[in-house]
Design a protein around this ligand. Structure first.
Ligand code: SAM
Length: 486
């Protein structure tokens, strides 16, 4: 099986593409019902930063607020029809207790997905559900309903230090990871060990202690053995600080060290790891690094294009499939019809541009993406990308892009269109003139690219693109290597 990334709703992808009992380990880090929106951050190069960039260099990646509506009711009904009787009884009891509110909508969305995740796990497989105290108590009940309470293994507390507001209560500085095995029988689990504390090391020099009783008095002797103890269910791993090299700008990104620990404990080399809410792909990265096979699913193109870049930077030469993104004109048109923003994010990723603007009305000012380049190898310039997914395009759109280029002092503009340009548009674009790179080469300042041309592999004609400026670069890794993890 090829490792694969899926763009789409995980419920649809799981049902359509993941077979029963085929996965060894599931890690999921779904939205937590935090009632917040999460933005992906893009930092423009220092020399091009303007006051306006401060607000625009971020795009809403995903929403984490839920409401009881038709789709919540449908998820609830699907749990009822699924045959997972105990899970449904629990969900129904929660509905009586909570009522039809936001938390209940979140739990219905989770319940129907947990049933699918249980279906795809192998009998010796495990599931780790990452959440926080907002809903962890309800999710544990749901998991008891889906997996059976005997299959509960641990509630792992991931604690970290970070500045938190704590008025009238303690600072909330931990996440909860609920660990369940699929079946009670033989399961994959490798005990990990924690080093002795500095105090034990000082006192006993790394040897294990044994209590002996002499004349009824308890005495401790030390014996020549490894003093490390099995890793407990609380983990002290730093969160990614704002300057961390690992940070890619994706909200809620988790540290690779956390995922390496889970994958090393509950899978073997060559096993299949699934992350159905994969965000910027931390679990996928850790799985690749530790020589596991993997499947990642996310419902936004921002995440999928970021993971593609992350994996190629970290593991040069890596091969994997990307499913669910348009592969031909018909599927591109379908995406444009279904979701204008997802279409834009996908289209800008075709020309390796950084997405810009997002869903806020008027925020983009005619810019859907940016490509940074260094024509003379030193000074950074930007090209503005404008995407049009509609059936009707006209010369006015070319004029608008030209005026955006002037306003933004961008020497190059790229106009991506689904529809064929008219000859008036081509003339208007040609009239914008040519850009000289300082070495005698010239480039059309306003370039029109059709989707059909992009599918044929045509790229914008821009000198010395600096890809590292589009997304933050992931550090290079060697895959298939499991070193000491703690
Ligand atoms: C908390 S983030 C995951 C972060 C990830 N663990 C990481 O380290 O980057 C949750 C992700 O779930 C995705 N998501 C939300 N609903 C989804 C759905 N129904 N299907 C697939 N992905 C979904 C969001 O787009 C978001 O990227």
């Amino acid at each position: 099986m090829t490792n694969r990334l899926h763009y789409g709703d995980n419920l649809d992808v799981l049902r359509a593409s993941v077979k029963d009992e085929s996965v060894d380990l599931v890690y999921l880090d779904p939205p937590f019902n935090s009632n917040a929106g999460y933005n992906i951050l893009f930092a423009p190069p220092k020399e091009l930063r303007t006051a306006a960039d401060a607000g625009n260099a971020q795009i809403r990646a995903f929403e984490d607020s839920w409401h009881w509506n038709d789709s919540a009711e449908e998820a609830f009904d699907q749990v009822q029809r699924s045959g997972a009787t105990r899970a449904f009884e629990l969900l129904n009891a929660m509905r009586s207790f909570l009522g039809d509110n936001d938390m209940m909508a979140y739990l219905a969305m989770m319940a129907v997905r947990l049933i699918e995740l249980h279906r795809v796990l192998k009998p010796a497989g495990s599931l780790y559900l990452h959440c926080d105290p907002t809903a962890s108590h309800y999710l544990k009940l749901l998991l008891d309903g889906v997996f059976g309470k005997r299959n509960f293994r641990n509630e792992i507390i991931w604690c970290y230090r970070k500045w938190s507001i704590a008025q009238g209560q303690f600072a909330r500085n931990h996440d909860v990871i609920l660990f369940y095995s699929r079946d009670e029988g033989a399961r994959t689990f490798h005990t990990l060990y924690a080093d002795p504390s500095p105090g034990t090391l000082r006192r006993w020099g790394g040897k294990r202690q044994q209590a002996v009783f002499e004349d009824g008095v308890r005495k401790a002797t030390s014996i020549e053995e490894d003093a490390r103890s099995p890793l407990p269910d609380w983990w002290d791993i730093s969160v990614l600080n704002p300057n961390s090299k690992e940070r890619l700008g994706y909200p809620t990104q988790k540290p690779v060290a956390l995922l390496e620990r889970i994958i090393a404990a509950s899978s073997n080399e060559g096993d299949l790891v699934l992350d159905p809410f994969c965000g910027c792909g931390t679990a996928i990265h850790a799985a690749q690094k530790l020589g596991r096979r993997w499947i990642g699913i996310d419902v936004t193109h921002l995440a999928i294009s970021l993971i593609e870049k992350r994996l190629k930077d970290a593991f040069p030469g890596i091969a994997f499939a990307v499913e669910g993104t348009p592969k031909d004109l018909a599927s591109a048109l379908d995406l444009a019809r279904r979701d204008k923003y997802q279409f834009q994010w996908w289209a800008v990723s075709l020309v390796d541009a950084q997405p810009f603007g997002g869903r806020r009305k008027g925020a983009d000012g005619g810019i859907d993406g940016l490509i940074y380049f260094k024509p003379d190898g030193r000074k950074t310039e930007k090209a503005i990308v404008s995407v049009k997914g509609g059936d009707n395009v006209g010369v006015q759109m070319i004029r608008e892009l030209h005026s955006t280029m002037e306003r933004e002092k961008a020497p190059i503009g790229i106009f991506i269109t689904k529809a064929l340009p008219t000859s008036a548009m081509e003339r208007e674009a040609a009239a914008v003139g040519r850009f000289e790179d300082g070495f005698g080469r010239t480039y059309a300042r306003l370039q029109i690219l059709t989707l059909a041309e992009l599918f044929q592999g045509k790229k914008p004609d821009i000198p010395l693109i600096d890809p590292s400026l589009a997304f933050r670069r992931a550090g290079r890794e060697r895959s298939g290597e499991q070193r000491v993890l703690i």
